[in-house]
Write a protein that binds this ligand. Structure first.
Ligand SMILES: [Zn+2]
Length: 299
């Protein structure tokens, strides 16, 4: 049996490190327990066995998980939804209404991701399994009462992607923030907003970070990676890192032809050949490309 890293968070919330990209410290799914259970974030198809092993380790039976919440349709957030739904027979899957059809019939989505990331990176995601429409619900107005004062409520947090939703949990007051303010990987010494092609929207992203700063969340449940209590610091840093990227790309565009590789190495200067190097470079490249595309469209 796989042995997963379990991160206890609150008495009713637990993070399961699901070994995204084959490494610890990159991605988690959160188990939220009231009278019934919800899983927030699915990882990819390849992380599902790890998430299921985590549930088993925690003594949660598959029938107890009644809800699977996705923050957005990217492969590391919804790619595993089909395999999870197959293994958790009573679960309903929630995602923004505009993306429901992609989970029911994922072939077009998989095709476009495959073209965007290339064959080499595609194998790190794994195929998606279609989900019967009857088990899918739109999440943008979601208010999910799990019992014992545990309630999950959707908050629209577009920018990173247009369909991005975060989920506030009433009992702890914390926010399952997905990728809305970027990633925070203390283990790997990295924190930066991801601004990917092709649908990145800077205006929406700035508004989302400003909106989140007006709330008083005691904790952020970040998908990449883990819970963070220094909320004001994390949101301020996300804001500053985002503006750094805007300035970097803006200057390169003003100079003429921006080189994605050079800019990516400056945005996320990950040194050495550590195991997360390829991931850091790939996400940095994707972010630079997304920002170039957005800023060019505005001109
Ligand atoms: Zn994403």
């Amino acid at each position: 049996m796989l042995s997963m890293e379990i991160i206890p968070v609150d008495d009713h919330i637990t993070a399961i490190d699901h070994d995204l990209l084959g490494m610890p410290g990159i991605g988690v799914s959160y188990l939220v327990r009231g009278e019934t259970c919800a899983l927030v974030e699915t990882g990819t198809a390849l992380t599902v066995p790890h998430t299921l092993a985590g549930l088993e380790q925690l003594g949660v039976r598959p029938e107890e998980v009644e809800h699977i919440l996705c923050t957005h349709v990217h492969m590391d957030h919804a790619g595993g939804a089909g395999y999870l739904a197959a293994a958790l027979p009573r679960a309903t899957v929630y995602i923004h209404g505009t993306m429901v059809e992609h989970l029911a019939e994922p072939s077009r989505l998989m095709g476009s991701v495959r073209r965007a990331v290339g064959e080499e990176a595609w194998v790190l995601h794994g195929d998606m399994l279609p989900i019967p429409l009857a088990r899918l619900l739109p999440a943008e107005n979601l208010r999910l009462d799990l019992g014992r004062d545990v309630v999950l409520e959707a908050i629209a947090t577009p920018g990173h992607s247009p369909d991005h939703l975060s989920y506030r949990e009433q009992k702890s007051g914390g926010l399952f923030i997905g990728d809305a303010a970027g990633l925070v990987m203390d283990r790997w010494g990295m924190a930066f907003p991801v601004t990917p092609v092709p649908t990145y929207d800077l205006k929406a992203h700035r508004a989302t970070i400003a909106m989140l700063q007006r709330y008083d969340f005691p904790r952020l449940y970040v998908t990449h990676h883990g819970p963070h209590d220094d909320v004001a610091f994390q949101l301020a840093r996300a804001h500053d890192r985002l503006e750094e990227l805007v300035a970097l790309v803006d200057a390169a565009l003003a100079d003429g032809d921006p080189d994605v590789e050079t800019l990516a190495a400056r945005y996320v200067p990950y040194e050495g050949d550590g195991p997360v190097g390829p991931m850091a470079r790939s996400w940095s490249r994707m972010s630079v490309a997304g920002m170039i595309r957005y800023l060019l469209k505005q001109r």
